[in-house]
Design a protein. Sequence first.
Length: 400
Amino acid sequence: MARKRIVKESIPDSSNKRQVKIHNKSDVPDNIVVKQNEMVRKCQSIEVQLPSFMVDYFLFLKNSVALSTRLAYLSDLLFFCNYLISESPLMAEFEYESSRDIPLEQFAKITAKDINLFIGDFCTRYIVETENADYIMENHNRSLARKKSSLSVLFKYMYRDQLIDVNITEGFNPIKLPKPQPDAIKRLEIEEVATMLESVETGAGLTDKELQYWEKTKLRDKAILVLFTTYGLRVSEVQQLNLSSINYGRGEFKIYRKRGKEANMPLNKSALVVIDDYIKLERPECLEEDDPLFLSLQGKRMTVRTIRELVKKYTAIAMKKPRHSGYSPHKLRATAASSLIQYGFSIYDVQNLLDHDNVTTTQLYSAHRKNAKRDVVSNYELLDEYHETSADENNKNKEK
């Protein structure tokens, strides 16, 4: 009889009715400290559901990886442990009530074959039960590779810490990921960027209902889209911006990148104009204690979801596609990269602007230069060079 392949996911509840106050002595804005604190709480709520012998591993993650990576690894680990007690034949004879009950001696019996079965068979397609519905979940190679990476880090640590006798990660099956194809990278063409900005300025392409909100948010939305397409910012970097992030005296604004990095971005004329127009003419009264730059109509900091939706709407208009086919903010990041390279900026300058760890990531966007090969060969006419050289030699001989 086939397994039901159903797993009940434990969703950590990090809510807390007590008021959280920030005692912040750093120059990191309070809103970012609050967000980091929320992620820490989620990590802690997962850790208490996992076996106690992993305590030292939790400390290892805390000090060695980014906070977002730590949360992702812990989430994958909880998912794996829930699988062990509900689906895996390895622990079928035991009746563990929760993942925390799994003992070290039983966990140490896990082999590479068990991991390969989990990733290659179970994770590809499973069902999540909720109170209202059952969801069929499918993972493709990129997601499977992330789960494999999470487990590899755990078992390598346990082997190094002498909790297990064998490094089973050497037996994990490889997962082939497709190589990034430059032509497959989704982004807007320069002409489509112009159409997008025209739409947010004039309301062209919007429905009657959308036009009602557009009248109240067009300057805000234009400023957001200009920041995305000029600087290639990540959605979190835009959402976290504050009024205090802007330094008019120096002509720059500060953003907080992944892994806690800070960066000062120079304000060009376009960005300065759209931000000033929004602040002076449209920004509503702020109802929050901190000073978020981009506000909702309710006077609160815009959510990441709201920013995603407005980007999706205007990119769909630019491409003349249905709303559900619009692009995410990350596609505008790709748009900025390919546009800057198309305008002739150095790959290394674009890498620095977009905060790519590896220049090979930036090089993917260089393939988007229109007629790049044609430009190269048309500017290097070998026969012309040969004839000019020959003519020069003939003239020198005649002079002699």
